[in-house]
Design a protein around this ligand. Sequence first.
Ligand code: SER
Length: 450
Amino acid sequence: MQSDDVRRKYLEFFKERGHVVIPSSSLLPKDDPTTLLTGSGMQPLIPYLMGKEHEKGTRLVDSQKCFRAEDIDEVGDNRHTTFFEMLGNWSLGDYFKQEQLTWFFQFLTDVVGIDPRRLYVTAYIGAEKYGIPRDDESVEIWKKLFTEKGIEAEAVELLNNENGADKGMQGGKIFYYDANKNWWSRKGRPEDMPAGEIGGPDSEVFYEFTNVEHDESFGKNCHPNCDCGRFLEIGNSVFMEYIKNEDGTFSPLPQKNVDFGGGLERITAASIDKNDVFATDLFTPIMEKVEELKPGLNDAVKRVFADHLRGATFLIADGVRPSNKEEGYILRRILRRVIAYQIAHDVHPDLFIEVIPLISDKFKNIYPEVGNSDEIVAVMEEEKQKFKTALNKGLNELSKYEKLTPADAFHLYESYGLPFELTKEFAPKDVAVDISRKDFERELDKHREM
Ligand code: SER
């Protein structure tokens, strides 16, 4: 299915079930100082999940623009993107698990046409210390839904990658995991949530790519949350029903909510059975144009161009401008990565002018703010001029080293915007660069933690 059809049919499906379609909010959150950019569909709805009355009622549906800066360094594989569209439906104290799981399953199987034998689902194993029970209710609903399609659905307990996943699939269809995988809040697990934060157990749906063999470097046995590429998460139903108290305990929210989010890119990829979101129509025009501008570029580099140019387009359209602060810095980082790759791989100088109108045309009917491609290109070109100077300084700095440590690579990244790959690529031949991407990431994590 084409992405426009997936988006339209999803909105229609929930409209037919009493939901009101609401427009996407800006990537810049309003009145929410806790996050720089909107990273999930629920963010603009937090006051309503906490009990405030929404003028459109208790059933809402939308396609929300999202940007996850924490995934910038993951981009290049077949599934991570910084910008994505999250299809979302909400029950604000209205329906709960039964309707939600049934409807999403019906949408995937009956509307999108996904073979239910390719679907695997998960549920929360519970946490005694917080008095939060195991989510047997969701498991019973899933069992029934699969059985109705003639599929046997055994439930299996897996805790997480570290201590439980070595049990593998065991022929199961439904999997219990702990809070590392099946609890959702903006801040992660219950123990990581600050007082006042809302969260709840969730139930995720995974699509299986049967042509992908399990890769044991990701763990001995495969399971839905394994990162080997055999499974792709395509939807997450969060049962948003708790709030964390000052004393670390949890209380029920005034109402039981549903917060569903599913990546349009991933559902579209599953609908065409391609384990690569960049092979969907959301990205193929950009990927093909980049290939035309520089034939033979490797996929990881093309994906960085496609993702970052799309993300930068949407950020600029929402009013972000490159700077050294906050969201402006995020935009600067992705633009500079593109520019550095453009120079390193000798990609045609007209990259922006060739690609941005394609993005603008693809999305302007849904998100009119991306319609002004001339202005977006102008912002990018200006940043390119500025970065060329910094890049030359970075390359000059790089030429002074005799040996590069992970800390040096981080310094070049942080101070001159030189991506790790480029530091390796640009280092003069006599400079010893015996650093792996993992070493660099460890350094990055250290600084992220700080
Ligand atoms: N809040 C959940 C998520 O972002 C579901 O919408 O995954």
